[in-house]
Write a protein that binds this ligand. Structure first.
Ligand code: CP3
Length: 334
């Protein structure tokens, strides 16, 4: 059923949980690594034919209920005049990061111009598999984008952006608003090009203390979730003790990392649909363990409004057989 994911996202009881994996189109698939020998990451992302081929790799192998477009949260930085590349061993590097308050109120080019390759990719996916699976669009959340924009590269504890927010609180809000505006336009653009479901990855926002999260993050997540005309999934790591702050953004689905017990999350969140949350490292276990631990998550979540996923992205050396077992465990439920 092609709309299983959308139905679960709306809280419906489904005959089995729909399943997909964050980072399913990445480095754990041998063909992805082959394609990357011929194209840089940015080339692969900005060339719709190549991005389509990569998006479809997990379809050929696993037929998940959702295909997440192959792209990156950082592409939206381009619309704000910030370019990036992926350095092997380091990760994303921003060429010209935000250094002070004067850099925060940035001109934005229209998404339909600067990110036209994303629309072209979604058009292709709609044509090739749109009637067989759900197409998942996504964007980075304002804090996670700000962390990269200010640090210029991955930072373990996000100290550069946390410092920025106490040293320049007004400019920090300006920066968050700049990203929030761009993300709203970007997600609407994805829906116009056929995205069925949208995930907001504000992966790192959980490093803020609760009071600052409440003040800076919740209203912006609320704005984004309310602004788009498709089911929204909100993912933030390290929110186990404050699921209420995720719910306060009013997304359609809350994506749980693996540090929260699924049953406890269900008790805390009531009827709000959830996604997750197998620890990605379980996929390095033997196949019986993968199946048993996956079933535990499915059972704890129950049959209504659950999208089976990992608690975060697939790790790079994950055996493809384990991913297959994970997907098949969901599909074997009738
Ligand atoms: O899920 C998917 O398969 C869709 C594609 C996708 C990618 N990145 C592809 C990618 C998605 C949804 C993302 C989201 C993303 N990107 C996030 C939020 C979610 C998360 O996992 O926390 C963040 C923080 C980024 C920024 C980013 N881009 C990181 C941390 C990395 C990995 C750097 C590294 O070397 O490990 C990237 C690059 C990237 N984005 C890769 C892929 C497949 C790896 C590129 C490669 O080396 O081939």
């Amino acid at each position: 059923m092609s709309d299983l994911l959308v139905r679960a996202a709306r809280g419906e009881r489904t005959e089995r949980p729909p399943v997909w994996l964050m980072r399913q189109a990445g480095r754990h698939i041998p063909e992805y690594r082959e394609i990357r020998e011929n194209y840089s990451f940015v080339e692969a992302v900005t060339t719709p034919e190549v991005a389509e081929r990569i998006t479809l790799l997990p379809w050929d192998r696993y037929e998940p209920d959702g295909l997440v477009m192959f792209s990156d949260i950082l592409v939206v930085l381009e619309a704000l005049g910030l370019s990036y590349h992926i350095e092997s061993g380091t990760g994303p590097v921003i060429e010209d990061p935000v250094t002070g308050p004067a850099d925060t109120d940035r001109e934005q080019t229209p998404i339909a111009e600067s990110l036209d390759y994303v629309g072209a990719l979604l058009d292709r996916l709609t044509d090739s598999v749109g009637d067989r699976t759900s197409i998942i669009g996504f964007a980075g959340g304002p804090f996670t984008l700000a962390s990269y924009a200010v640090a210029g590269r991955p930072s373990r504890n996000h100290l550069p952006v946390r410092k920025f927010r106490v040293q320049h609180p007004d400019a920090f809000e300006t920066l968050l608003d700049t990203f929030t505006d761009a993300v709203v336009e970007y997600l609407r653009y994805q829906v116009d090009h056929g995205a069925d479901v949208l995930q907001l990855f504000d992966t790192y926002a959980g490093v803020l203390p609760p009071a600052d999260y409440e003040r800076y993050i919740v209203p912006r997540h609320r704005r984004i979730c309310a602004a788009v005309d498709a089911p929204t999934i909100l993912f933030v790591r390290n929110m186990a003790g404050r699921l209420d702050q995720l719910a306060a953004a009013d997304p359609d689905v809350i994506s749980l990392d693996w540090t929260v017990e699924m049953g406890a999350a269900r008790d805390a969140l009531g009827e709000t649909p959830v996604q997750g949350n197998l620890d990605p490292s379980v996929l390095f276990a033997d196949q019986e363990t993968v199946e048993a631990r996956t079933r535990e998550v499915i059972d704890a979540a129950g049959p209504e409004g659950h999208i089976l996923n990992l608690g975060h992205g697939v790790n790079r050396d994950t055996p493809v057989q384990s991913v297959r077992t994970f997907v098949e465990t969901a599909k074997s439920i009738s």
